[in-house]
Design a protein around this ligand. Structure first.
Ligand SMILES: [Zn+2]
Length: 257
C-alpha cells in the first residue's frame, strides 16, 4: 500500500491510502468485464456499484471452515494447472474450490428464483442419447457450453461417447458436509458429464494417514476443450470430482502451464 497526498481547495492537505490491486485482480476483471468495473480500497467495485471485499481477513486452520469463509483472495490463491500435463494434486490443493460466495451471488443471482430466471436450454449430444440441459445465460455460459459440445464432437467418437451422459446442471443446494456453502451448481455455471466414468473422492476410503488416492478416467482431450471455453475441471483437485466442470474464466486466465 502506498500513501498519496490529498490537498483540498481550502489548502489543507492530508494523506490518503492508495491501494494497488493484486495482480490476480486483472484476471478477474478480464474474465467478468460486464460485472467488474474497478478497484478501490481493497475492494472490487462491481459495475452496478456493489462492492466485494478482496480479503475478508478471516483466518482458519480448519480447511472446511476456511472454504466456508473464502473470499476473492482465496479464490485466486491456487493457480489452476492448464492442459494435459498436471501433477496429481497435493493435500488440499483444490484450485477453484475456494470461492467468494458473495461475488457469485452478485453476478449470477442471490437466490434460486433469481438464477432460475437466467436459465437457457443447451442441447447436449441429443442425437446420440444426450439431453437438453440448462445453464445460465449470464456471461454467455450457455453459448460457451454449446461451443464445448460442438468441439467435443470433432474428437474421436470413442472419446466424446464417454461424456454423453450428464447428471444435471442447475440445482440450488449446499455442498454435503459444509456449513451451508453453496455448490456452483446453484448458480447454473457447473455441469456434471461422463457419469459412467466418473470418480469422486468421497466414494473412496482414505489411507491410514487420512489421504485420498487420486483416480481419473476422464479423457484429457475433453478437459482441454472445456478449458478452452473458460471451464475448470474438478479432476484437478485433491478432492477430485472428475465429472464436474464449472465456468471459472478468472482461473483459466490466471492459470499456469
Ligand atoms: Zn458437479
Amino acid at each position: 500500500m502506498s500513501v498519496a497526498w490529498l490537498c483540498l481547495m481550502s489548502g489543507v492537505c492530508s494523506t490518503l491510502a492508495v491501494s494497488e490491486p493484486p495482480e490476480e485482480y486483472v484476471c478477474l476483471k478480464e474474465a467478468y468485464t460486464e460485472h467488474v468495473c474497478g478497484w478501490g480500497a481493497g475492494q472490487v467495485i462491481l459495475c452496478d456499484g456493489g462492492l466485494v471485499p478482496w480479503d475478508n481477513g478471516y483466518i482458519s486452520e480448519d480447511y472446511i471452515d476456511y472454504l466456508d469463509h473464502a473470499d476473492l483472495s482465496d479464490q485466486m490463491k491456487i493457480k489452476y494447472p492448464l492442459g494435459r500435463e498436471y501433477d496429481h494434486p497435493e493435500l488440499n490443493e483444490d484450485p477453484g474450490r475456494a470461492r467468494s460466495e458473495v461475488f457469485f451471488r452478485r453476478i449470477y443471482g442471490q437466490d434460486a428464483r433469481a438464477v432460475r430466471k437466467t436459465l437457457k436450454d443447451v442441447t447436449w449430444m441429443v442425437e446420440h442419447g444426450g439431453r437438453t440441459i440448462r445453464v445460465t445465460g449470464v456471461n454467455g455460459v450457455d453459448t460457451k457450453l454449446k461451443a464445448v459440445e460442438r468441439e467435443l464432437m470433432q474428437l474421436d467418437r470413442a472419446v466424446w461417447k464417454k461424456v454423453i451422459k450428464d447428471s444435471g446442471t442447475f440445482v440450488w443446494r449446499a455442498i454435503k458436509g459444509t456449513n451451508g456453502r453453496l455448490s456452483m451448481h446453484s448458480f447454473a455455471i457447473a455441469v456434471d458429464v461422463g457419469v459412467p466414468i466418473s470418480d469422486y473422492w468421497r466414494w473412496n476410503k482414505p489411507d491410514a494417514e487420512g489421504r485420498y488416492a487420486y483416480k481419473n478416467k476422464m479423457p484429457l482431450e475433453v478437459v482441454e476443450v472445456f478449458e478452452r471455453h473458460g471451464f475448470i475441471w474438478g479432476g484437478k483437485w485433491y478432492h477430485f470430482d472428475t465429472m464436474h466442470f464449472e465456468y471459472r474464466p478468472e482461473l483459466i486466465l490466471c492459470g499456469e502451464r
